[in-house]
Ligand binder design. Structure first.
Ligand SMILES: NC(=O)C1=CN([C@@H]2O[C@H](COP(=O)(O)OP(=O)(O)OC[C@H]3O[C@@H](n4cnc5c(N)ncnc54)[C@H](O)[C@@H]3O)[C@@H](O)[C@H]2O)C=CC1
Ligand SMILES: CC(=O)N[C@@H]1[C@@H](OP(=O)(O)OP(=O)(O)OC[C@H]2O[C@@H](n3ccc(=O)[nH]c3=O)[C@H](O)[C@@H]2O)O[C@H](C(=O)O)[C@@H](O)[C@@H]1O
Length: 429
């Protein structure tokens, strides 16, 4: 029955949580021909979406959202009554860490409870959120406790992790390969059929725990490799070389792909997912934990470069006006979650005279870069926004009191004349 409704695209879908993942996912299903209702607790977000405007910055999202709303296939709501008795529920709520680096699954549990109270016998429930291993099975048991429905018999349940990269979400939603981890093979089968309504990438089926671990392995792999690149940057300072030149040459090896060193690893995934991966395990894992520590130390390493430069011009830190260029966790994004720029700001705030910020994507920073650097002593690049690559440093330097430039994101290739330049990984300066 559900299989036929998926094939005919008459199955009704509720997406729970309309953030960076939920909103694009809801749009894709709506534009694939399904009737989709998005359930979101932030009422302002609901209003904005229903007016055809996205609350997140992402290429193509505005026209695709408008198309979904105008077709009548997508509506947002904060009223749980409106998501009753749907055929499919897709949960895309956040799964952050608590202060002590253990998972905060309260948003997920609340979303699952909402679904349990709304669903019907035969519903397919899909968790897209990134969760610790064994969570999907636990959420199925939670639904059984609330509804009395039997997992795998009276309802289907799948973990279908997202792999999209902000900035290219809509392309990757279509062309990325996808994994469907079912609590039963039928569950995975149904989810795969549903997503093939827009997914052109390869699709794979497995069980929910393998799927949860695969997603976390992907991001842990990336975090550990970034930590290795950051250690290579430390070595470059020991040996007086340019680590980026060395990495480029090493990557000419057919089986070497060294990542990019930087001021730190931000976003709400890489800093979190390695902790989710090992949390339910009974023992400690050295490499994964050490990699997190190395990446979290990069803002402090950048602070050392700044203070070294201040010493070069005999400027006491307490007299220094420092401009942080970029607050977003990655280039051309407005997302500041866990951004290393804030860790860097916290590390210098108490010790310098004034910290100013400029980020064209982030509200609340200086109106213009000229306004931010006027009379300042140092500029620290903390985000690799494309716009920063074409700045005229010599022009900006004329507005500054002293001219220190610290590059935490390999934006500057050749240090501008008249500046004291230090770049993370640029051991030759
Ligand atoms: N943002 C990304 O690029 C990717 C995120 N993910 C994973 O997807 C999940 C969601 O991430 P984002 O979309 O970035 O988070 P987000 O914070 O942007 O979106 C979550 C949304 O869910 C809403 N929400 C929270 N609890 C709710 C509830 N009980 N009922 C209804 N709405 C609720 C929030 O108000 C928010 O709008 C996380 O587990 C993340 O790790 C995975 C791959 C990529
Ligand atoms: C394995 C993988 O590539 N995971 C992706 C990752 O995307 P995310 O949005 O976290 O961006 P990212 O490019 O990993 O950057 C995260 C952070 O790491 C930094 N970063 C990234 C790559 C690098 O070589 N060096 C480095 O310092 C970035 O500046 C940023 O602060 O995490 C996403 C997620 O799970 O949210 C996931 O969907 C994406 O596919």
């Amino acid at each position: 029955m559900l299989e036929k409704m998926i094939e005919e695209r008459t199955a009704e879908i509720a997406v729970i949580g309309l953030g960076y993942i939920g909103l694009p996912t809801a749009i894709m299903f709506a534009n694939a021909g399904f009737r989709v209702i998005g359930y979101e607790i932030r009422e302002k977000v609901v209003e904005k979406i229903n007016s055809g405007k996205a609350h997140i910055i992402e290429p193509e999202i505005d026209e695709l959202l408008r198309k979904a709303i105008e077709s009548g296939n997508l509506k947002a709501t904060s009223n749980p009554e409106e998501i009753r008795e749907k055929d499919v529920y897709i949960i895309c709520v956040q799964t952050p860490l608590k202060e002590d680096k253990t998972p905060n699954l309260s948003y997920l549990e609340s979303a699952v409870e909402t679904v349990a109270k709304a669903m019907k016998k035969g519903s397919l429930i899909i968790i897209e959120s990134t969760v610790p291993p064994l969570t999907t099975v636990k959420m199925a048991e939670l639904i059984e406790a609330i509804t009395g429905l039997k997992p795998g018999e009276d309802f289907y349940m799948v973990h279908a992790p997202e792999r999209v990269m902000p900035g290219r979400i809509f392309k990757e939603l279509i062309y990325n390969s996808r994994i469907f981890g079912g609590i039963t093979p039928e569950s995975a089968e149904l989810a795969e059929k549903l997503y093939r309504s827009f997914v052109k990438g390869q699709t794979f089926k497995t069980n929910s725990t393998v799927s949860e671990v695969v997603k976390l392995m992907e991001n842990t792999f990336r975090d550990v490799n970034i930590a290795l690149a950051n250690e290579f940057a430390f070595l470059a300072h020991q040996y007086g070389i340019n680590v980026f030149e060395a990495i480029e040459l090493a990557n000419t090896h057919p089986r070497v792909k060294i990542h990019v060193p930087g001021i730190g690893v931000g976003g709400h995934c890489l800093p979190k997912d390695p902790h989710l991966l090992v949390w339910p395990a009974k023992e400690d894992f050295g490499l994964i934990k050490l990699a997190r520590e190395i990446n979290d130390s990069m803002p402090l390493f950048t602070k050392d470069l700044l203070f070294e430069a201040l010493r070069t011009i005999n400027l006491p830190p307490e007299e220094a006006v420092v401009v942080i260029l970029g607050l977003a966790y990655k280039g051309n994004s407005d997302d500041t979650r866990n951004s290393p720029a804030f860790a860097f700001m916290d590390a210098i705030n108490e010790e310098v005279k004034e910290v100013r910020t400029y980020d064209p994507f982030v509200k609340g920073t200086h109106e213009s870069i000229e306004d931010a650097v006027k009379g300042a002593d140092a500029i620290v690049i903390a985000t690799d926004h494309t716009a920063f690559k074409s700045l005229d440093w010599e022009e900006l330097g004329k507005l500054m009191r002293n001219r220190i430039l610290i590059d935490g994101r390999h934006i500057v290739e050749d240090p501008p004349k008249g500046f004291i330049f230090k770049g993370l990984g640029r051991g030759e300066y």
